[in-house]
Design a protein around this ligand. Structure first.
Ligand code: ME8
Length: 507
């Protein structure tokens, strides 16, 4: 018997994205990966809260609205509509969508800033240094070269009185926390980078801008001449989305079980975020994971190279399932990823069309040939046990956040099933040994049902097509079904069209 243990509640987050332009592959990747984990744990039975949203304050947004000669709020509303549409088309099953311009969020952030100020963690000083609008972040001499931030954006020199947060006060505490909680920062390479960064000494963090320079922000409650610099505002979305620490939702879901982001912003999540939470005495997220960076056709994605991948274009042509599958299969989870049209076609044709689609089509065609309206009787052999052990292996990978390994194992399941067909030659059995044919068919149909369930967090639409060909519906979902059961007993098979169409390459 498998041991598919799952947490009672599961709170998962993506970064909240800036809304100054169109979303591309990178944003969609984070959101799809989080969606897969949310869907997997829902399938198992966890009470899942999946949060995403938009980061709407700061200079970048303010200027983007000005460039388009639009009122900032109206500009943001239309971009948020666009964001929600992209997520809907990609079948993102978020439970809540937070905007940092939400009234409740602003109120919560002000309460937090007040609390930090009263505690003495925020003090007034004078800021002189670099500001990067692209990162909405301050940088020091050691981060900046040739007037560029570490990522390569232009920086400006700023000199103004501002408020600071005493990061340095928490430096030793944070190092100890990371050491005592080895899973807090992942992957390992990411953790090592931050441990040495912290050991080099943390400088206090500037957390405000003059209101006349950046009016589009949350006012500091104790000095209305200043607005809160975006990261103190943005990071607390994960907290305010639950309605603050007195709310029922907070009691139900806090702390986050898994916070996913790209490498670009892991410093903010690995250092500022835990320290901010410690300052207000709130428990920390269980795990933060920084995934790698997407490149496209061998280069950094950039409008000037003309290689930016927009999810809409792929969803329109191929459907969201194929896009979702490709991006999570192609990028080794935690490492860098390379998007290319060539590998997109190869991946779809080999994994989805040849392995999974053909398997279903071969098996349901044969099952229908027997024309058994009463379906097949339960039968289990050693191959069925192999399938059961794969369910456990996939689960263990999910638990360890080894997404690529989980997906590979699901694909291996389809290879093993194709081999089982090949080895047993059911087309011969149909003529020579009907009893054996029926047994082989039961094992195949039941295993394909399991395969569909394993695919359901990724192929959010196609799995229902597999189910319907197997004569099943959504009532056959749930973690108890993630085992070799008698579910397929007596089911009437209904062959339909191909699950996936081969992509033909036109020169
Ligand atoms: O940083 N490869 O928002 P953002 C992989 N608002 N992932 C990528 C990527 C790429 N090439 N490009 C973007 C912000 N991403 C802040 C976050 S959170 C409290 C505030 C993904 O719109 C990746 O998840 O710049 C990255 O961390 C995120 O988009 C940055 O989104």
């Amino acid at each position: 018997m498998n041991n598919l243990d799952f947490p009672k509640k599961y709170y998962i987050t993506t970064p909240i994205y800036y809304v100054s332009g169109k979303f591309h592959l990178g944003h969609s990747y984070t959101t799809v990966v989080a969606d897969i984990f949310a869907r997997y744990y829902r399938l198992l039975g966890s009470d899942v809260f999946y949060l995403t949203g938009t980061d709407e304050h700061g200079l970048k947004v303010q200027q983007a609205a000005e460039d388009e000669k639009k009122d900032t709020k109206e500009f943001l509303d239309s971009l948020v509509d666009y964001t929600k549409k992209v997520w809907k088309d990609l079948d993102i099953s978020y439970d809540y969508f937070i905007r940092t311009t939400d009234k409740e969020h602003k109120k919560t952030v002000q309460e937090i800033a007040q609390k930090m100020f009263e505690k003495g963690d925020i003090y007034k000083g004078s800021y002189k240094g670099y500001y990067c609008k692209g990162c909405e972040s301050f940088f020091t001499d050691k981060d900046v070269s040739e007037n560029k931030c570490p990522i390569g954006h232009e920086v400006t020199i700023e000199h103004e009185d501002a408020y600071f947060f005493k990061l340095s006060k928490y430096q030793d505490w944070l190092l100890k926390y990371i050491e005592d909680n080895p899973k807090f920062l992942s992957p390992e390479s990411n953790k090592n980078e931050f441990v040495s960064f912290i050991k080099n000494g943390l400088e206090d963090l500037c957390i405000s801008r003059h209101k006349e320079k950046v009016p589009w922000g949350i006012e500091l409650p104790f000095d209305k001449e200043h607005t809160i610099y975006v990261w103190l505002d943005a990071l607390f979305n994960y907290y305010s989305a639950l309605g603050g620490s007195d709310s029922e939702k907070f009691k139900q879901y806090w702390p986050p079980d898994f916070q996913l982001m790209g490498r670009d912003i892991s410093r903010f999540h690995a250092i500022y975020w835990p320290i901010f939470l410690k300052s207000i005495d709130v428990s920390l997220p269980k795990q933060e994971f920084a995934h790698g960076w997407w490149m496209s056709e061998g280069k950094k994605m950039s409008k000037s190279f003309g290689n930016v991948v927009y999810p809409e274009e792929y969803i329109e042509k191929f459907g969201s399932d194929i896009y979702r599958y490709y991006i999570v299969k192609e990028m080794p989870f935690g490492d860098e990823g390379q998007f290319s049209k060539k590998s997109f076609v190869e991946r779809v044709n080999s994994d989805l069309v040849s392995s999974i689609g053909n398997l279903l089509s071969r098996v349901v065609t044969l099952a229908e040939k027997r024309n058994k309206e009463n379906g097949f009787n339960f039968f289990k052999d050693s191959f069925a046990e192999e399938i059961e052990s794969k369910i456990q292996i996939i689960h263990n990978h999910y638990k360890e956040y080894e997404l690529s390994k989980a997906i590979n194992e699901i694909l291996q399941m389809s290879y093993a099933l194709n081999k089982y067909v090949q080895d047993n030659k059911p087309w011969d059995l149909l003529k020579e040994d009907l009893e054996k044919f029926d047994q082989v068919m039961y094992v195949l149909l039941e295993s394909i049902r399991i395969l569909a369930l394993e695919l359901s967090p990724i192929l959010t639409r196609k799995w229902t097509e597999i189910f319907s060909q197997l004569g099943l519906d959504e009532s056959n979902l749930g973690h108890k079904r993630l085992a070799f059961t008698n579910t397929m007993e007596g089911k009437t098979i209904k062959k339909q069209g191909h699950l996936f169409e081969k992509i033909e390459i036109k020169e």
